[in-house]
Design a protein around this ligand. Structure first.
Ligand code: FES
Length: 123
């Protein structure tokens, strides 16, 4: 069902885990399957210097989280907010249509983690 790139990232995911004393944390659930994902970010001067994820989800969710966290490292928070699930799926060479919803988790978790960072910063 998955292409080789997706399988490769799924088998060797990057950035698995949780950042201690993260500057922003976002947890989201997928209503259609019940899976959950958490992304934690280390942010310095509005630049994402580290990103990690923990996912209770399928291969597509793991592959897209790994790819999304790789993509946003080094980006400003403004740039990271423009990383859509579509861009992540393109980077992986596509996902089966019924698995596209899984890729939304990473996009939403990144947005939530950035919101958390901004809320703490402005508190
Ligand atoms: Fe739940 Fe893919 S089936 S995230």
């Amino acid at each position: 069902m998955y292409n080789e790139k997706v399988m490769d990232v799924f088998k060797n995911p990057k950035n698995v885990g949780e950042i201690e004393n993260a500057d922003g944390v976002g947890t989201v659930g997928n209503a259609s399957c019940g899976d959950i994902m958490q992304i934690s970010l280390k942010i310095e001067n509005d630049v994402i210097v580290d990103a990690k994820f923990k996912t209770f989800g399928c291969a597509a969710a793991i592959a897209t989280s790994s790819t999304a966290t790789e993509m946003i490292k080094g980006m400003t928070i403004k740039e990271a907010l423009e990383v859509t699930n579509k861009k992540v799926v393109e980077c992986l060479g596509g996902l089966p249509a019924q698995k596209i919803h899984c890729s939304v988790l990473a996009e939403e978790a990144i947005k939530k983690a950035i919101d958390d960072y901004l809320a703490k910063k402005n508190a």
